[in-house]
Design a protein around this ligand. Sequence first.
Ligand SMILES: Cc1cc2nc3c(=O)[nH]c(=O)nc-3n(C[C@H](O)[C@H](O)[C@H](O)COP(=O)(O)O)c2cc1C
Length: 143
Amino acid sequence: MKKVTIIYWSGTGNTTMMANAISEGVKGVGNPVDVVQVEDANKDMVVNSELLAFGCPSMGAEVLEEEFMEPFIESLKDVDLSGKKVALFGSYDWGNGEWMQDWEARMKEYGASVIREGLILHLTPDDDGIEKCKELGEDIARA
Ligand SMILES: Cc1cc2nc3c(=O)[nH]c(=O)nc-3n(C[C@H](O)[C@H](O)[C@H](O)COP(=O)(O)O)c2cc1C
């Protein structure tokens, strides 16, 4: 069973809830999973994992959080992401999901294989949202 590594940033906890529910989905399939806040993450975690999920809410004006997540994602430019399967997720409020579309395009540009469309949920996940996160976790584990 391949390990899934989930690396995320969250300011008010909504994206944390998503990360934890994705982790539940992964565990349900039986794969090991590491859930790491981006502040504690490093590139080796990405190098050493074939199955990855990155989470970040829409911040600024439709961009990634700029202190930790943006530089972390930028640093992945130097990592060989070919063969890596990556799922993206995050919470948003008033926007139209542009940050996620940009992020997906960027991960593809960096050579990753993006699993499904990025999962975006409005503010705090409801039961349906949590279920979607669990399903995404199952899909990553089986990818
Ligand atoms: C400084 C700041 C900027 C934000 N910019 C956007 C934005 O551009 N588009 C959007 O849809 N939501 C935006 N939001 C709303 C957050 O994406 C939303 O509150 C989200 O649920 C936060 O997730 P978190 O609890 O994981 O931090 C912004 C929130 C903050 C605090």
